[in-house]
Ligand binder design. Structure first.
Ligand SMILES: C[S@@+](CC[C@H](N)C(=O)[O-])C[C@H]1O[C@@H](n2cnc3c(N)ncnc32)[C@H](O)[C@@H]1O
Length: 248
């Protein structure tokens, strides 16, 4: 197993952009329904990667500051989204003027950040009434019956040393919500687990699993071979837990 490393994504910038699925439309609908995607609004995207959130935020008519510590990822962001202001920095070190954003987002990135630093910082950078939306894609949905492909994935993971196996696969959305509100900067506005499915072929699985920071290239290759042996196309069930926090 590869050791999780926050700079893992930077080394794989182009693959990351190609292989990671977009966030579900339902997520953007929820944010729109809450009034968080107002045209002309200002958003900061923390840990922006290659812009999986930056792109939809810009298309919704917001001004976007994208904060990304990986230099190659940031270069891809600038190329893809010249309208965004890109800061090459960790969220902890980003320069964010007080009261300058109506919306902050952390898409599949909050777990890499020091929350004790980032939560007060985001609170300070938001306007009164501002929101912090935190979400991630969880690749696997334990509420759905285990598929033959998932059995193969579990077999690959089971061969790792016990210490290197991922912990419980629960989403822990409530634990995250408690952690994000514990210091009193934010109140919960919305918690929702969005469930969705997608079909992936051998190449897509090889690409996607290679981008996971805890999967080695050899393991990603095994996952791809499993797709071939299962007929060339697998349906994967995913969950996107979304937590929207309101500034107190
Ligand atoms: C799984 S990627 C998510 C990228 C993008 N937000 C998306 O939704 O696809 C995690 C991102 O967090 C970035 N990252 C890691 N540590 C960070 C930190 N301390 N502050 C901000 N971003 C960080 C990584 O460079 C990477 O781009």
């Amino acid at each position: 197993m590869a050791t999780p490393d926050p700079m893992h994504f930077d080394a794989l910038a182009e693959l990351y952009e190609r292989a990671r699925p977009a966030y579900p439309d339902a997520l953007w609908s929820r944010l729109r329904e809450l009034g968080a995607l107002r045209t002309g609004g200002r958003a900061v995207d923390l840990g922006a990667g290659t812009g999986q959130a930056t792109g939809p935020l810009l298309r919704a008519g917001l001004e976007v500051t994208a904060v990304e510590p990986g230099e190659r990822l940031a270069a891809r962001l600038r190329e893809r989204y010249p309208a965004a202001t890109v800061q090459v920095a960790r969220a902890e070190d980003a320069v964010l003027a007080p009261g300058s954003f109506e919306l902050a987002v952390a898409a599949t990135s909050i777990h890499w950040m020091k929350r004790e630093v980032v939560l007060p910082k985001v609170h300070h950078a938001l306007t009164a009434g501002g929101r912090f939306a935190v979400w991630r894609n969880a690749y696997g949905d334990t509420s759905v019956a285990v598929t033959p492909f998932r059995e193969r994935i579990e077999a690959i993971v089971a061969r790792r040393d016990a210490l290197e196996r991922p912990g419980p696969s629960e989403l822990e959305t409530d634990r995250w919500a408690r952690e994000l509100t514990a210091r009193g900067h934010f109140a919960i506005e919305l918690i929702e687990e969005l469930r969705w499915s997608t079909d992936l072929d051998e190449q897509q699985v090889r690409g996607l699993f290679t981008t996971f920071s805890d999967w080695s290239p050899a393991e990603a290759d095994e996952a791809a071979i499993a797709v071939r042996e299962l007929g060339g196309l697998v349906t994967e069930h995913y969950v996107t837990p979304l937590i929207v926090l309101a500034k107190r």
